[in-house]
Design a protein around this ligand. Sequence first.
Ligand code: ATP
Length: 134
Amino acid sequence: MGTLQLEVVTPDKTVVSAQVEMVVCPGVEGEFGVLPQHVSLLSALKIGALRYRAEGKDEYVFISGGFADVNNNVLSVLAESAEQAADIDAARAQAARERAEKRLAEKQEGLDQVRAEAALQRAMTRLQVVQFLG
Ligand code: ATP
């Protein structure tokens, strides 16, 4: 069936650069799969888990939203931040979760609700990705 090239990059670094058998992306309108020789595609991504299969093994990557571009058998994911499951610091994500929950509960004047909700979503999703590791 062959493979496709997966590149997951952030402004700081390349998080994944690998030949893979398939990818499932967290699209804003729902998850979508990308197999080798997929047609060209550009899609916005939401905060979520990207899953890919390489050498028969499933791997999970946290994605803070961004864009997925499929062209010539290369899937490029551009995200503000992204981490492989093994690189996620669960204690940091837990602390970020508690901070965001406290902000949202206190509702102080000047609270940027959208920003606090996005921070909470990132933290909760990182914790979910860590759990996928088993
Ligand atoms: P925090 O409040 O803990 O900084 P955040 O969601 O605001 O979390 P981001 O803005 O998404 O953080 O990311 C900033 C940088 O820190 C990125 O390089 C990201 O990969 C890294 N990062 C954030 N949280 C974690 C984590 N729990 N484990 C590993 N790296 C993380």
